[in-house]
Design a protein around this ligand. Structure first.
Ligand SMILES: Cc1ncc(COP(=O)(O)O)c(C=O)c1O
Length: 452
């Protein structure tokens, strides 16, 4: 492994002012948006001096190896299509078309899309409902064991941790159970890129405590909770080599990955090392705010996720927005704020001033009595529904019909109804209860005959 890094190699090559008779069309000079001009020289394509994400034996491969090293996993792969690309990659790596998979019902729509594309048959993994926090709790390992025993055909188990609401699922016991039953553990860690810097556990890798170390593959969205640009993510995997991950990724990703994003991922490694204290400080602020305001509390939460639990989530969000404060999401009883190392003390004072102004100081978390979402009946497999002829229909007239796409408040993008599932009266009532205001949904209009 060279001691030179990928980012430096791009800078050095750009400084030589090569005559660029290749893509991209800006030739390293002016971009259509002048704010990007400073980045243009690094925005290369695959050349011998710049390396190739899908090639190997270059600085880019070294950069990924260093990532794997920091996280204590066998392989790391840079994605420029977010965790969506990461999840497609992991499903392709660890399953085959037609396989049955045990899937966390609290899964992002990208997981549903991957299953439709790869023709996977899900069995849903339900979570216990948390009355106090009005959210789903962590996955129960006993339920994973039960399902794996009942369905020996399961090839993989798919779990999201943390959830949008910051609920963490410990993975060690689940991973051991999967491996005992010959199944792979795939993890959607889109919201967890910062976790090794803040989780107070015995270190299991150079960065700190990697909660994903025991799984077969995880994707982390580096644009969500650490300082990399939009669309960047990293796949980390065990017991598979980089060429296998590359091959799996190539099925659904661009052949022109952005070198600016790849360089940012390389630089992000050292940024993470430098910002450990800043994350700890943010976690301490978050814990103080949890004490003072009506928020989700308790064990097993992401230390940097601040989730308000109030009578009217939409109202709180609108009130904050009126003061120029924009949270990540709101639902009926929650408002979710993502805190990172980028937060400054004054930002949190500003948030507190707004909350105090509206009288939220010292309020207890709202005791909501929202039931967990009902599990709809499945009429078709996800792939058949996703690729069937479909049309838009007003939600009111959708009862008894089959969804062709996920019906999910976004964010968090977690479906109430998944492709292939039937919309019942109960589901409709639940969607209205969530204030799901989409007037139309995409439904299967006719089942396409199978040609296999
Ligand atoms: C839980 C979860 N998984 C996966 C994704 C997809 O990630 P990305 O936006 O990086 O493609 C998201 C996006 O919000 C998400 O919240």
């Amino acid at each position: 492994m060279s001691d030179h890094n990928f980012y430096d190699s791009l800078v050095e090559f750009a400084e030589k002012k090569p005559l660029r008779l290749h893509m991209p069309g800006h030739k390293g000079r002016a971009m259509a948006m002048e704010e990007w001009d400073a980045l243009a020289p690094l925005d290369f394509t695959e050349l011998e001096p710049t390396g190739n994400l899908y090639g190997g034996d270059d600085w880019l491969e070294d950069a990924q190896r260093l990532w794997a090293w920091d996280w204590g996993m066998d392989t790391a792969f840079f994605c420029t299509g977010g965790s969506t690309q990461g999840l497609f990659t992991l499903f392709h790596l660890f399953t085959h078309p037609g396989d049955t998979v045990l899937v966390d019902r609290v899964s992002h729509k990208s997981i549903h899309n991957a299953m439709a594309l790869l023709d996977l048959h899900p069995i849903w993994l339900s979570r216990p409902w948390d009355e106090a926090n009005c959210t789903q709790k962590a996955v129960d390992p006993a339920e994973v064991e039960r399902q794996l025993t009942a369905h020996p055909e399961l090839r993989a188990v798919v779990i999201t941790t943390p959830t949008y609401y910051g609920v963490l699922t410990p993975l060690e016991e689940i991973a051991a159970c999967c491996h005992r039953h010959g199944a792979k553990l795939i993890v959607d860690g889109a919201h967890g890129a910062h976790l090794p810097l803040v989780l107070e556990r015995k270190h299991n890798c150079l960065l700190g405590y990697n909660p994903y170390a025991c799984c077969d593959g995880v994707t982390i969205s580096t644009h969500k909770t650490v300082a990399a640009p939009g669309q960047t993510a990293v796949v980390l995997a065990n017991r598979v080599a980089l060429p296998e991950v590359r091959r799996a990724s190539a099925l659904t990703s661009t052949t022109s990955p952005s070198y600016v994003m790849l360089a940012a991922l390389d630089k992000l490694r050292s940024w993470m090392w430098k910002h450990r204290d800043a994350y700890r400080r943010t976690a301490a602020w978050c814990s103080e705010l949890r004490r003072r305001y009506p928020t989700l509390r308790g064990e097993g939460l992401d230390p940097c996720r601040l989730v308000f639990q109030v009578e009217d989530g939409e109202k709180l969000s609108k009130r904050l927005q009126a003061m120029g404060i924009y949270p990540e999401l709101e639902d009926r009883h929650h408002v979710v704020a993502i805190l990172t190392a980028a937060e400054e003390e004054e930002d949190l004072h500003r948030l507190c001033r707004a909350l105090n102004f509206y009288g939220y100081l010292d309020q207890a978390p709202y005791a909501a009595h929202l039931a967990p979402p009902p599990l709809p009946e499945r009429a078709m497999e996800p792939r058949d529904a996703r690729f069937a002829p479909c049309g838009k229909c007003h939600l009111e007239r959708a009862v008894g019909k089959t969804a062709a796409e996920v019906i999910a408040p976004y964010p968090p993008g977690v479906p109430v109804v998944a492709p292939g599932e039937v919309i019942s009266e109960k589901i409709l009532a639940y969607l209205y209860q969530l204030c799901y205001d989409k007037s139309s949904v995409v439904l299967v209009t006719k089942e396409r005959p199978k040609q296999r």
